[in-house]
Design a protein around this ligand. Sequence first.
Ligand SMILES: [Zn+2]
Ligand SMILES: [Zn+2]
Length: 275
Amino acid sequence: MTIDVVLLGTGNPLPDRDRAGAATLVRAGGRTLLFDAGRGVCLRLVAAGVLPVMLDAVILTHLHSDHICDLNDVVTTQWVMSPAPKSLRIFGPPRTREVIDGLRAMLRPDVEYRLAHHADLTWEPQLDVIEATPGVVVDEDGLRVVAARTDHRPVEPTLGYRVELDGKAVVIAGDTVPCAGLDELCADADVYVQTVLRDDLVRMVPMQRFVDTIDYHSTVAQAAQTAARGGVRTLVLTHQVPTPGIGAADEWIAVAREHFDGEIVFGEDLASISA
Ligand SMILES: [Zn+2]
Ligand SMILES: [Zn+2]
């Protein structure tokens, strides 16, 4: 039994032609889980062979726009493609309900149009919102998802997740600096997916708003140090800031390599990693 990870979107908040927004697919124990739902998530889901109706849950690390901006597309597509009422579970930190209420309001005209048009569509999107707290959030047929508090202040609270199956573990950390909760998640993990930033490059950009992002993301070096501390097998660098140029992978990996001996994957959209 494996845990299969597909990087659906490895982009940062700035649009890029080759990188969709933050989103990661995890398939394990017959379940299909979507972590975050950034720009272009449905396109990438389909490319990975998954339609939104096939999702067992959407799990949000935090409510920054680059991690949720296409959640409405997931919700609508799941709804219109369901032959019968099917609920979509959405886990996320406190205030997720507020976001979903807003999303329902945004979709209100569309939902009314479609209900009026299709005789066989008699239900609204069935959204089951669960505001998660640290601890076990999913425990089904040997598959566990454990949440821990991460540190992306002033964005708070934020959550990182550890997916466990049959002695394997995959960590989807989200945006965070190194912290105790992240170390808990990463202990002996097979795969650790971390959103990262190159502070040496960001500092060279003459724009304070961009430089501000250094203080609430793991640098590549910090991600590698977290991986080494946890004894993880594979470190996956995603959501790279600033957007790497063509052929930059080796340089990014070299920065991580100074602190971590294990396998290092420089994330590209639709790359898959198994634990
Ligand atoms: Zn963020
Ligand atoms: Zn982000």
